[in-house]
Design a protein around this ligand. Structure first.
Ligand SMILES: *[C@@H]1O[C@H](CO)[C@@H](O)[C@H](O)[C@H]1NC(C)=O
Length: 357
């Protein structure tokens, strides 16, 4: 374990040191969208080995958001499912999105007292789905769930309801149906495109409508399929992190429209944040300076960097697509990968266990 960590960090520092400065005499290989140089190797190991044990819920229920429903359905039908808890790397606790704090506390208490699995890690190898995330609640059982178990939520998650490095957010389900792009539209370039509802802040909307460099949709499109051309002929796609509709972000990546995420605070809950190089395929900018402020940041992105961002985005786009049934490397399987890399949970030492052993 220690030696493989050392190898990994050596590899990482090697690539950090050498990739940017080495001039490439031959055509360079296409840049990798992944943070880890061994992502595909780890992914393959995940798809061959991951085993998840799902507790049976007290009452039948369904999830309210599309991403959660798809994730839950995919999980129950996936090859990762095991009925043998001794084989499981991870334990999934399904509960209704409308559960009360009291019922949730009772559920965790039951798991803790009736079964041996929770106590082994105090819940750190357990995960749950909660679309909007769990806030701080004083009940001890719920606190343990929030602090130790992996929360899977819809992106974006409200402040205070997401614990970076532990929790995971689901890629949004795209509502766009994009058609192949015709060559003629690609030749007439736009600086930016803003789909209906992507930016909601009133002053930004007003500025965008008046700005000739942006194409802003102020009404829902008649047919969703006209988006493909608009994405492909625009260098940047604007999304507002708080309040805006971010469901088009995966399609923007796919069509080479670099996502520009407008947010006044640091974003810690991006989907697939520990898998893909978000910083190199999207632009993050504060909204305070208005559209001129945004444009100032965009003008600093030179042609070469823009090209690289588009390539990385297109290479990463498959990970944002929800399929039913799931396909290799798609949203469901990449979220499963994120769970897999979190499986080496810290096993908290329990005094009594020490005493017994
Ligand atoms: C788990 O630990 C709690 C004490 O924190 C204890 O009350 C409970 O009985 C334990 N559960 C099992 C199944 O041993």
């Amino acid at each position: 374990m220690a030696s493989s960590l050392i190898t990994l960090s050596l590899l990482l520092s090697f690539s950090l040191l050498f990739t940017p400065i080495t001039p490439s005499p031959s055509p360079s290989p296409s840049p990798s969208p992944y943070l880890s140089p061994i992502f595909l190797k780890n992914y393959n190991s995940m798809s061959a080995n991951l085993r998840i044990f799902t507790y049976i819920p007290f009452n039948p229920f369904s999830f309210s958001s599309q991403a959660e429903s798809l994730f839950y359905k995919s999980l129950l039908n996936s090859p990762y499912t095991t009925h043998d808890p001794d084989q499981a790397h991870l334990f999934f606790i399904p509960f209704s999105p409308h559960i009360s704090t009291r019922s949730l506390a009772r559920l965790i208490r039951t798991l803790r007292t009736d079964l041996p699995y929770w106590n082994r890690t105090l819940g750190a190898d357990h995960f749950f789905l909660s679309s909007s995330g769990i806030g701080y609640i004083s009940d001890r059982n719920v606190v343990e769930l929030k602090k130790n178990a992996i929360q899977v939520s819809s992106f974006p998650v409200s402040p205070g309801k997401f614990i970076p490095h532990k929790d995971v957010s689901l890629p949004p389900v795209s509502t766009l149906v994009s058609t192949p792009v015709s060559a003629s539209t690609v030749s007439e370039r736009m600086l930016g495109f803003v789909g209906y509802g992507w930016v909601k802040g009133l002053s930004l909307v007003k500025e965008l409508i008046e700005d000739p460099e942006f194409l802003m949709e102020s009404e829902p499109p008649r047919t969703p399929s006209c988006y493909g051309d608009k994405l492909a002929k625009s260098d940047f796609c604007l999304f507002e992190y708080e309040g805006g509709d971010v469901s088009g972000i995966g399609e923007a990546l796919r069509f080479g429209c670099v996502p520009v995420v407008i947010s006044d605070r640091w974003i810690q809950d991006l989907p697939l944040m520990d898998v893909v190089r978000w910083e190199e395929m999207a632009v993050f900018v504060a909204g305070g300076g208005g559209i001129e402020g945004v444009k100032k940041v965009l003008r600093r992105v030179d042609g070469e960097r823009l090209d690289r961002m588009k390539k990385l985005g297109a290479a990463a786009a498959q990970h944002f697509v929800w399929n039913s049934p799931p396909q290799p490397l798609d949203a469901f399987n990449t979220v499963a990968y994120q769970l897999w890399v979190r499986r080496h949970a810290v096993r908290y030492a329990d005094r009594r266990e020490w005493a017994q052993n």
